[in-house]
Design a protein around this ligand. Structure first.
Ligand code: ZN
Length: 373
C-alpha cells in the first residue's frame, strides 16, 4: 500500500495547519519531491547531516522535523560548507524529502506544549494564550432546498468547527430581493422586474487558511449564477489553537520537589530558575522552546510555576516573587512532541507498512558541563 509524501502531508496539516503558524515561520516542504511514495519516516528535532545519513542508511526517504531547515533567506548554497548547504546537498543526492512542522505544531491542541504538559503529568490542560482571530464568519444566502448541500460542502473543507464541535452553523429564513438585468439568468423569479424570493441566511465560521477552499465549495455548489456571499473578520479568540499550555499537578508540591520533577521527567542535568520563595506548586504554565514572553500571562492566570526555555537574565529578576520561573532547555522542553507525532503518523498510515522512527542520537545540540569538583 503506497502513499505519496504530499498525501501524508495533507493529513498531518489537518492537525497542525501551516496557516496557523507565525507569519515569519517557514513550515512545510523544505527540500525534496512531495510526489515520491513514502518509503520510511524519520522524525528528527532538526534536519542535521547525521539525521540525513541515518535516514539514508535505513532507506527512509522522508524526514519530518520540528525546526525548519530553511528559516532565514538563502542567498547561495556553498556545498563545501557544513550545516544547511551540506544537508540540502545530501538530501537532494539521496532523494530524501524534508518536511517541517514548527509553530503550527506549537499552536495546535496536542502539539508541543501539550506534549510537555503531559510529560510533566499535568491535568486539565488548556492553552495558555489562545490565538486571536485568524478566523472569519461566512454568511451566504441560499434557496431553502440547497441549504444542506452548501453547508455540507463548507463543512467538508474544514468550516464549522468550534472547540470540540463540528458541523456548526446557524440558519434563518428571510426574503431576498433582486432586479435581474437583461444579461442575467435568475434561477428563481424573472429578470427585468423586482423579485422577492424566500431564502435562508446560512452562517458558518471558518479558518482564514481555508478561505479559498470555502469559497470554491460555495461557488461549485450554489445554484445561483451570482451567489451573495459576505465574509466577516472575527475578533474573538480561537478555541482550537494557541500558545503554551496551563494545567494542574495532581497534588501541590514544594518548589524543590517541582524542580526535581521537571529535571527527572525531562531528563535535564541542570535547571536555571529564579529565587525560591517557599510557595507550593500546583498550577503550572509552560511553553515548549523559547516562550519567556508568556510568563506574565502565566502570572495573570495564577500559575505557581512557569516552565520554558531560553530565558534571559532580566526576566529572572522581574519575575522573582511572582512565579517560579524555570528554564529547562530548548531541546528538553520541545523534543517530546516527536513521540506524539509518531503516534499520530502511525495512526494516519495504518496498514501501509511504512516504518516510523524517532532520531535520538546526538539530537540535542546543547551539552552540559557539570562541575563535580
Ligand atoms: Zn524550538
Amino acid at each position: 500500500m503506497y502513499m505519496k509524501i504530499s498525501e501524508l502531508k495533507l493529513l498531518i496539516d489537518k492537525w497542525a495547519p501551516p496557516g496557523v503558524a507565525w507569519d515569519r515561520d517557514n513550515p512545510g516542504l523544505q527540500v525534496g519531491d512531495p510526489t515520491d511514495q513514502v518509503s520510511g519516516i524519520l522524525l528528527a528535532f532538526d534536519a542535521t547531516s547525521e539525521a540525513v545519513k541515518y535516514a539514508k542508511a535505513k532507506k527512509y526517504n522522508l524526514i519530518i522535523t520540528h525546526h525548519p531547515l530553511l528559516f532565514h533567506s538563502v542567498k547561495n548554497i556553498n556545498t563545501s560548507r557544513p550545516g544547511i548547504p551540506s544537508v540540502l546537498k545530501s538530501a537532494i543526492k539521496n532523494d530524501i524529502t524534508v518536511l517541517s512542522y514548527h509553530t503550527n505544531l506549537d499552536f495546535t491542541s496536542g502539539g508541543v506544549s501539550f506534549a510537555l504538559a503531559e510529560k510533566l503529568g499535568l491535568k486539565k490542560i488548556q492553552f495558555l494564550e489562545p490565538v486571536a482571530s485568524k478566523r472569519n464568519k461566512l454568511v451566504v444566502f441560499v434557496p431553502a432546498d440547497s441549504f444542506e448541500k452548501i453547508a455540507d460542502a463548507v463543512f467538508n473543507v474544514g468550516g464549522g468547527v468550534i472547540g470540540a464541535y463540528r458541523n456548526c452553523s446557524f440558519s434563518s429564513k428571510g426574503t431576498g430581493t433582486f432586479f435581474g438585468e437583461d444579461n442575467s439568468n435568475p434561477v428563481l423569479g424573472e429578470k427585468g422586474q423586482i423579485e422577492n424570493v424566500e431564502e435562508v441566511r446560512l452562517e458558518i465560521l471558518f479558518n482564514e487558511w481555508d478561505r479559498e477552499a470555502v469559497l470554491r465549495s460555495i461557488y461549485q455548489n450554489h445554484p445561483y449564477e451570482q451567489p451573495a456571499v459576505d465574509i466577516y473578520k472575527l475578533e474573538n479568540l480561537h478555541e482550537n489553537f494557541g500558545s503554551g499550555a496551563i494545567g494542574e499537578l495532581e497534588n501541590e508540591i514544594s518548589e524543590k520537589d517541582f524542580l526535581q520533577l521537571v529535571a527527572k521527567r525531562l531528563n535535564v542535568p541542570a535547571l536555571r530558575h529564579n529565587a525560591l520563595n517557599g510557595k507550593k506548586v500546583k498550577k503550572v504554565a509552560l511553553c515548549g522552546g523559547a516562550g519567556e514572553e508568556y510568563y506574565k500571562r502565566a502570572i495573570t492566570l495564577g500559575a505557581d510555576a512557569y516552565v520554558t526555555a531560553d530565558i534571559r537574565y532580566h526576566n529572572f529578576i522581574d519575575s522573582a516573587g511572582s512565579i517560579l520561573l524555570v528554564d529547562a532547555g530548548h531541546y528538553e522542553t520541545e523534543a517530546h512532541i516527536l513521540e506524539n507525532l509518531k503516534i499520530r503518523i502511525e495512526d494516519l498510515i495504518t496498514g501501509k507498512n511504512i516504518p516510523v522512527e524517532i532520531y535520538s542520537e546526538n539530537a540535542n545540540p546543547v551539552f552540559y558541563y557539570i562541575n563535580e569538583e
